[in-house]
Design a binder for this molecule. Structure first.
Ligand SMILES: Nc1ncnc2c1ncn2[C@@H]1O[C@H](COP(=O)(O)OP(=O)(O)OP(=O)(O)O)[C@@H](O)[C@H]1O
Ligand SMILES: [Mg+2]
Length: 374
């Protein structure tokens, strides 16, 4: 039972796409909503026939709750189902099983209410007039969205300034580079003041400075100041780690982890790595004795010694179980006459954890891409 206390809530969400025949252009309303009038009987028949399968299960039972005001990251390799999930929430794709709610509104039963509550930025979003300038395009959309003229002008100015498009705001859209087109999309999404924003890989195509600016817009202005809920899909693990309150790792249509970036980082952390450096190593215990002793200690999985330019044993890297008692290690080192200069620990990055969980690099293609898909 949905309480409406979550900005986004999904229960057992399943989406299947037919793998054969013509694509349905989103898998939802394709057979009838082609924009070219009612499809022919042949077309309807073939769609119904296709609906029996075979299928790709793009989402295989997604249960997710996103709290109001959260910045939530959806991470996953190519084909994991991120875009499908976002498209279901913004009513572009219809799911086959389960339930999805945006601020308590059912995406299937109340699509109009859902659309009032959210704005999505999809990479393939189009709809800008090539002959109009960037500013004119935004004015056109603000009219369409019913934003009051004065408010729209101020907001457009602010957004153009923020995204660094101000100087080129009065250039024709056709003269915009890919990155500039992307920025205009972001401006368009922010024209309406919706409580929930969905971004599908928003920083792809932006240069590092613009990406950082965009992240600070998301975090500082939209989430923290304005209290918006933000769902962002990304391949960029550093981006997710930087700005997201929580992240879900999606792999082959399933959520395999959902927590804060820090907790996810620790989740698979079966081991810790310590690096111990020694001072005044000359004349001290031979490395062999210490290394053999360390190897025998409980919880120690591997050791890697380091030597200075004169061959002196000056450091050791020790891989231990996450719950290992370190006092035995330190005792052995001190007992053998070595003096400890420093101890550092190395924990796996989110990237290392991601690869361990999904078996794939975030940007690596896992499956053949759907034609016309991203
Ligand atoms: N319209 C469609 N028709 C058929 N199959 C589709 C369609 N859209 C997506 N798929 C398939 O569904 C699966 C999930 O695709 P989706 O685009 O949601 O993944 P993604 O996580 O966004 O991937 P990427 O990181 O490459 O953008 C893929 O196997 C894809 O080929
Ligand atoms: Mg995608």
């Amino acid at each position: 039972m949905v309480t409406g206390k979550y900005a986004i809530e999904t229960i057992g969400l399943v989406k299947r796409y037919p793998t054969t025949g013509r694509r349905t252009g989103g898998g939802g309303r394709g057979a009838f909503g082609t924009g070219r009038g009612i499809a022919s009987f042949g077309g309807i028949f073939s769609t119904l026939k296709r609906a029996k399968g075979p299928f790709i299960e793009a989402l295989r039972g997604i249960d997710l709750q996103i709290r109001p005001g959260e910045i939530f990251g959806l991470l996953g390799p190519n084909g994991a189902g991120k875009t499908t999930f976002i498209k279901i929430l913004c009513t572009l794709v219809i799911h086959d099983e389960g339930e999805a709610y945006v601020n308590g509104h059912d995406v299937k039963k109340e699509p109009g209410e859902v659309i009032k509550n959210l704005q999505a930025v999809l990479p393939e979003s189009r709809g800008f007039n090539w002959r109009l300038t960037g500013r004119q395009n935004l004015k056109f959309y603000s009219l369409l969205y019913g934003v009051k003229e004065k408010e729209a002008e101020e907001r457009i100015d602010y957004l153009l300034d923020f995204t660094g498009l101000k100087e080129r705001a009065d250039d024709g859209y056709q003269r915009y580079s890919t990155g500039m087109q992307r920025k205009l999309l972001i401006c368009r999404a922010l024209l309406r003041n919706t409580p929930t924003l969905l971004f599908d890989e928003p920083t792809v195509g932006l240069d590092p400075t613009s990406s950082a600016e965009f992240r600070s817009l998301l975090c500082d202005k939209l989430a923290r100041e304005e209290g918006k809920t933000i769902l962002i899909s990304t391949h960029n693990l550093h981006e997710a780690q930087d700005i997201c309150d929580r992240i879900a790792i999606l792999n082959r249509g399933k959520i395999i982890a959902c927590d804060t970036p820090a907790n996810i980082q620790h989740m698979l952390l079966e081991e810790k790595v310590f690096n111990i450096t020694f001072v005044n190593t000359t004349g001290r215990a031979p490395a062999g004795v210490v290394l053999t002793g360390l190897e025998k200690l409980p919880g120690v999985n591997s050791i890697t010694p380091g030597y200075d330019s004169e061959g002196g044993f000056n450091q050791v890297s020790i891989r231990v179980n996450k719950d290992a008692d370190l006092s035995g290690i330190l005792e052995l080192i001190v007992k053998n006459g070595l003096r400890i200069g420093g101890i550092t620990t190395k924990e796996p990055t989110l990237e290392e954890v991601f690869i361990a969980m999904t078996g794939r690099d975030a940007g690596e293609s896992g499956r053949p891409r759907a034609p016309g898909g991203r």
